[in-house]
Design a protein around this ligand. Structure first.
Ligand code: 5GP
Ligand code: SF4
Ligand code: MG
Length: 446
């Protein structure tokens, strides 16, 4: 995952980018960066850590200009080093550009090999760097045409914002895997991964950038929109299940409402007699509200989350991941003691979190723990920008639901079915569900 934001014709654009990124922090906590343009040159600051750790007043004040792009990073391709923070900046024969990317290019290795063979020197391990090389090597006269030519050679998932000294370009791949929304801010424009960024900076949502569309921002006050690829929508359904913030509207729908709908479907498919519905915070909260409403079982906050700990996937080693679950979640003893609980979470990936949670709940006196997951079993990795572990590490790729139930120690375990998930999103078939159903719309090339 990752987040991107871009502002055009907005005074002190970098400050807005900073606050926008702050509200997109959930999409990536490893690194952050902003590049701005004052029309003469591009200024850039990026580094490892949270947005508030990378930037201070002094650094922000150097990012002058009325256009800016920003990024928060969650590594999917490349390594976790400062070199791999975005924006990626380059000087080339047309001047300067800065690029931010959310997604994952499925033919990146192939393209990179070819470019290296042709003499290109890479500075990072990021797939996004391919794009800069392709733009720089294009023989077209205008950046606009170079971007289109470069995009014609890359495959996979990209919500991209490209900043030149005088213009800005926002593009979504033809599948529209990752979200990208357009908003209005004063006389200027904002593009961001999620609409919650608009709320914070006072921008008004206009519409989504469409799959396969490129929007060009330049000194004329009119937007230019070009459908550069035929759209073949496969919007990531996991954005609704887990990734996006519940206060965002993604792909035209409220994340919060859809999460509740998933909880309601789950209650219809897998009812259970219990005393209370308890969410695993924060990811299970909205679905738990839906489950409670549908089942009539009271909702209780039986587990409290410590918000000052990062997400458990950030540190790569298993030992630290285990510890972090305990640091993050703690049950309220007198609420759950002696009670039959329906515990709702959005997904089981490796199984570590659920196992710990069931353990602590039982340790604290829960009488029964019925795990309900508001998504189908995650059986395959994502090639389109979500950092899921390898297939072997996904517990559902190797074990049955009953085996997983036994492993996590729950009394019962059930997952929302694929049909139930589809019902929750209004039986709209334009979503990617590959990590659940194995139908990968774009193959991964090695
Ligand atoms: P597990 O411990 O089973 O590996 O992880 C399950 C937990 O991780 C769930 O609570 C879920 O909310 C969260 N989760 C699911 N997918 C992702 C992901 O792609 N990234 C991160 N950071 N957490 C995830
Ligand atoms: Fe989203 Fe899963 Fe498709 Fe990846 S494979 S884009 S996480 S639905
Ligand atoms: Mg969670």
């Amino acid at each position: 995952m990752c987040s991107v934001i871009g502002l055009y014709n907005v005074p002190e654009a970098a400050k807005y980018a900073y606050f926008g990124l702050f509200s997109l922090q959930h999409r990536g906590q490893e690194a952050a960066g902003i590049a701005s343009s004052d029309k003469e040159r591009i200024h850039i600051t990026k580094g490892r850590g949270l947005v508030t750790q990378v930037f201070d007043e002094a650094k922000l004040s150097k990012l002058v200009g009325s256009s800016a792009v920003g990024h928060t990073r969650y590594s999917t391709a490349g390594e976790d080093s400062v070199l791999d923070a975005q924006p990626i900046f380059a000087r080339y024969d047309l001047g300067q550009i800065a690029v931010v990317h959310n997604g994952n290019l499925t033919n990146a290795k192939e393209v990179r090999k070819r470019l290296i063979k042709e003499g290109a020197i890479f500075q990072t391990f990021m797939d996004t760097e391919n794009l800069i090389h392709l733009i720089a090597r294009s023989q077209k006269e205008h950046l606009y045409d170079r971007i289109i030519e470069a995009l014609g050679q890359i495959e996979g998932a990209y919500s991209l914002i490209i900043l030149s000294r005088k213009k800005m370009f926002a593009v979504r791949d033809p599948h529209g895997f990752r979200p990208l929304s357009l908003g209005r801010l004063g006389d200027g424009w904002v593009v961001a991964s999620e609409t919650c960024a608009f709320d914070l900076i006072g921008a008004e949502f206009v519409r989504d950038i469409k799959p396969g569309e490129m929007v060009v921002f330049d000194e004329s006050s009119e937007l230019k929109s070009i459908q550069i690829f035929e759209p073949t929508p496969h919007k990531c359904i996991f954005e609704y299940i887990y990734f996006a913030r519940p206060d965002s509207n993604i792909f035209g729908k409220s994340v919060y409402e859809l999460r509740k709908a998933m909880g309601r479907e789950l209650a219809k498919e897998y009812p259970v007699e219990a005393d209370m519905v308890v969410p695993v915070p924060d990811s299970g909260v909205a679905a738990a509200i839906g489950y409670a409403k549908e089942s009539g079982i009271p909702f209780e906050l039986g587990i409290i989350r410590n918000h000052y700990v990062g997400r458990t996937f950030i540190e790569p080693t298993q030992a630290i991941r285990d510890l972090k679950v305990k640091m993050k979640l703690n049950p309220i003893k007198n609420v759950i003691k002696g009670k039959r609980l329906v515990v709702i979470d959005d997904s089981i990936v490796r199984g570590t979190t659920s196992k710990k949670i069931v353990n602590i709940l039982k340790e604290f006196g829960a009488k029964e723990v019925h795990m309900r997951i508001s998504a189908p079993p995650t059986t395959g990795p994502c090639y389109y920008g979500v950092d899921t572990p390898t297939k072997e590490e996904l517990i559902s790729s190797r074990y049955s639901v009953e085996e997983i139930r036994e492993y996590i120690g729950a009394d019962t375990l059930a997952y929302l079915s694929i049909d139930g998930l589809l019902r929750s999103v209004g039986n709209d078939l334009s979503y990617c569900m590959a990590c659940f159903d194995g139908n990968y719309p774009v193959p991964l090339k090695s």
